[in-house]
Design a protein around this ligand. Sequence first.
Ligand code: GLC
Length: 461
Amino acid sequence: MKHLNQRITLRLRLVTGMLITLMLTASTGITRAETVPTDQMRKVRNEFQDKKFGIFIHWGIYSMLGDGEWVMHNKKISPEEYAHLADGFCPSLFSAREWVLHFKEAGAQYVTFTSRHHDGFSMWNTAASDYNVMKATPFGRDVLKELSSACAQEGIALHLYYSHMDWYRPEYPTGSCKNVPHDASVANWPAYYAFMNRQLTELLTGYGPIGAIWFDGMWDHKEESFDWGLDEQYQLIHRLQPRCMIGNNHHSTPHDGEDFQLFEQDLPGQNTAGFSGGQTVSTLPLESCQTMNNTWGYSITDKAYKSSEEIIRRLVRAAGMNANFLLNIGPRPDGQLPDEAVKVLEDVGRFMQRYGKTIYSTRGGCVPPQPWGVTTQRGKTLYIHILNNEKDGRISNEGLERIEGHLSLLLPKGKYSVKSVKRLATGDALTFRHEAGGTRIFIPARPTTDMTDYILEAALN
Ligand code: GLC
């Protein structure tokens, strides 16, 4: 009876959803259908925005080659040869709990783990293929199970990266990434699609609550005629876990049914990395994923790590642009996080411990990004983050003006008014005045500390 009731409610909801979709189309003239999220999903999306900071993990048998997660494709390794990596995968120092404790210490609220990357190797005990960490490696442990338990224990949400593209399976119809050729005559989209949905079902039924499925690789087939079957797949996910969000790194404006929008190696609205040219910023929650060095998967030679200060500023900038920051780590083949990554996590953690209240549960502030930095806001509290005050290890005052012998910044005129301002680190009240162009705040001493992010707190009327 209970089930019957639930089914009826579900049907009703679906019908209502469809009606709203139709109404939207009729009243706004928008041709693409837009599914209206359930109240529950609206809440989930909001909570996700409050979390602000997550860790991305790229880890798989590719890590053993120490050359990034694209090594199979880049080096044109045949699936047969590549599969031998699995025979030697035995990360003797892997501890999911240790990972999660590091993430927690950094102040991260969720982790996004590569359950199956483009190389097609599954990092959980999937029944859909023996090509997985449990059955094909001497390690024989369900890495995802261990990670999900550690996350649950420490109160960290678990999100799963899942690749749409697959270089290993012959039934996947090869698209623009052609370095690992398959016999086109054996490509079988219906079989591959069923395989993916079977795997997604496992992931969403056997590993506790999953915060999000993070798709990637769709850009392998840009042809209009290629139908990825997203609607049905998205419905499956939302049906299995109504609180599980869907994001897709397709680099284009969000599709119907997606719950958050992704930006790879860029902040919303930017396109320095060249991936985001085809997308405009939507009203969905936003997430910017960025690497600590230049690679996602472990690279034994890539030591181009950004400084902790630079990473903190990127996190703050993301928050100021109303986006979450997903910071990547490529663990080593032995299962440990690289030392450089651990150091960054510790530094970010110190910052978040002290200043997290200016980030968590905030939204991009009423003052849009400025040459000197960004603002975040919670209710009537505006946090002013002066970020440009270090350049090449030296203090610079970019975007600040020296007026009447004092350093100052101008908050441009907007629909807000400032009641009081203080320097967050010391609590010192700062003087300010209203000018034609906005509110000018005087910064008494040239900042010599808090160079990473010099934060002011303003109370708004
Ligand atoms: C790109 C890459 C992939 C990586 C992802 C992370 O899509 O293909 O290797 O996992 O970006 O954003």
